[in-house]
Design a protein around this ligand. Structure first.
Ligand code: SF4
Length: 484
């Protein structure tokens, strides 16, 4: 029997799930993208069945797991620092604790991790979490354990995630795993394998469970959600070999999104991450048609130069990306769009950089994630291209892009002034315990006085002021999404 522990933090309760009778303690922390945080909830669920409850205290843990990211060198350095921390705790306070590394860095380094980091007892790749019980047995018998086999069909659709440090309002639900796109700078296809989609019914059941437990917003998650295609299981790339009946009954992303919106009319839906080359117009029409599907699209572009996009193996040109943005703005007026941009990709010239700046001006992004190119071992770019843009140029270009985005974000946020927006209350404002904070449909943080409202309420807020990234206003009542 599971019980929920209320832990007061920031004026909102964090739900920790504990299984009575479990005596072992699991400390798990995650780095990187939302997929990793969602996977850690799968891992916690698998280990709950092995007698573990989660703890926030490293010094009392029997098992310490870190879910790692490999997207940039800095992310891997962060993990190595954490392992040093674990080592210090193990030597001083908790000699019995066992340490395991999960996620993309585990998959990229494999047994090398065990050689390089003596504190590590177990290395588990993103597709091998169901093998944890066996691997733990090996560790308990004093042997190092490793499983980094990538799967053709694993989606963990049959595992009910344990919501870690959840606010009980928003949750991630993963719908696909892996990526077939092979962008030349990216390690994901090597660390997370080929694309495969999860059965729609298991997704609906997980959302139903979340709804029953009072959650109000779901983010449908995948490395490339637009590529979602369920046709009975197996890899996306084998769809051509499917039977006529499988093809006729296949479910793509727009159909899945509509299924969710119709089945849970009072639940709000977001999704991430999209890929311009795989996005279908039908998805835009579903967003426009359903009030409970948010007017926000995260649409990585990486570069505004068609020549660099080609070098990155992004299957679209600058012009095609702009056409997609035109379509989004036509079909979903006022839709928020955010970006991922990489500066200083090999051979990038000043002219290519100017193309990125002018594309940003054209799209008028709401916000973005901007990084300088970090060569990743094993990627095509690392094998075939010299990392030839001087660090100083990379940093100067990155600063110019960040400054421009700052300007655009301020313009975009200001469009809500004197408007009334629908906000889902998530927590107390960071700056004031007399104010609630939540996001509107366009994913803009909105802050307003608490009055008698509470977390999980859908509230209409009249916007009276704003900063670059935050709206400030007054509540004027409940929205149509509110369940009384
Ligand atoms: S679409 Fe490209 S950048 Fe995104 S996960 Fe796939 S390979 Fe990486």
């Amino acid at each position: 029997m599971e019980k929920e522990i209320d832990e007061k933090r920031q004026g909102t309760s964090l739900v920790l799930q504990e299984k009575e009778g479990n005596t072992k303690k699991l400390f798990i922390e995650s780095y990187g993208c939302a997929m990793n945080f969602s996977d850690s909830e799968i891992v916690a669920s698998i280990l709950t069945e092995q007698g573990y409850n989660t703890t926030q205290k490293l010094e009392e843990a029997d098992l310490v797991l870190v879910n790692t990211c490999s997207i940039r060198d800095k992310a891997e350095q962060t993990v190595r620092k954490r392992l040093e921390k674990y080592n210090a705790v193990k030597r001083s306070i908790n000699p019995g604790m066992k340490v395991g590394v999960l996620g993309c860095m585990a998959e990229r380094l494999k047994s090398q991790f065990l050689e390089e980091e003596k504190i590590v007892d177990m290395v588990v790749g993103p597709d091998a979490y169901k093998d944890l019980p066996n691997l733990l047995k090996e560790v308990e018998e004093g042997r190092d354990a490793i499983n980094v086999i990538l799967s053709k069909d694993e989606t963990y659709g049959d595992i009910s995630p344990v919501r870690l440090q959840s606010n009980g309002i928003n949750a991630f639900v993963s719908i696909t795993r892996g990526c077939d796109n092979m962008c030349t700078f990216c390690v994901v296809p090597f660390t997370r394998g080929r694309e495969r989609s999860r059965e729609p019914q298991s997704i609906i059941e997980e959302i139903q469970d979340l709804w029953n437990r009072g959650f109000k917003e779901v983010c449908l998650l995948g490395q490339n959600v637009d590529s979602y295609l369920w046709y009975g299981g197996g890899l996306k790339k084998d769809f051509d070999k499917a039977s006529e009946i499988q093809k006729a009954t296949a479910v793509d992303f727009s159909q899945l999104l509509e299924m969710c919106a119709v089945q849970f009319p009072k639940m709000r839906f977001r999704f991430s991450t999209s890929n311009p080359q795989d996005m279908h117009e039908e998805v835009l029409h579903v967003i426009a048609k359903y009030h409970n599907v948010c007017n926000y699209i995260h649409l990585p572009v990486q570069s505004g130069s068609t020549r660099i996009l080609k070098e990155m193996n992004r299957q679209h040109t600058r012009e095609e990306y702009m056409e997609l943005v035109d379509k989004i703005k036509r079909i979903i007026p006022g839709c928020s769009i955010s970006q991922d941009i990489i500066t200083g990709f090999p051979t990038e010239t000043e002219e290519d950089h100017q193309d990125t700046l002018s594309l940003m001006e054209y799209v008028e992004y709401d916000f973005g994630y901007m990084f300088a190119y970090s060569e990743r071992p094993g990627t095509l770019a690392a094998r075939k291209m010299e990392d030839d843009v001087p660090e100083a140029d990379k940093m100067r270009r990155l600063q110019e892009i960040v400054d421009l985005q700052q300007k655009l974000s301020a313009q975009r946020t200001a469009r809500f002034l004197n408007q009334t927006v629908e906000v889902l209350i998530e927590k107390e404002s960071k700056k004031s315990d007399a104010h609630w904070s939540g996001r509107n449909s366009e994913n803009v943080v909105t802050v307003f006085p608490k009055e008698n409202y509470k977390p999980g309420d859908f509230v209409l807020v009249k916007v009276t002021d704003c900063t670059t990234a935050t709206l400030i206003g007054e509540a004027v009542g409940y929205s149509e999404m509110q369940v009384n």
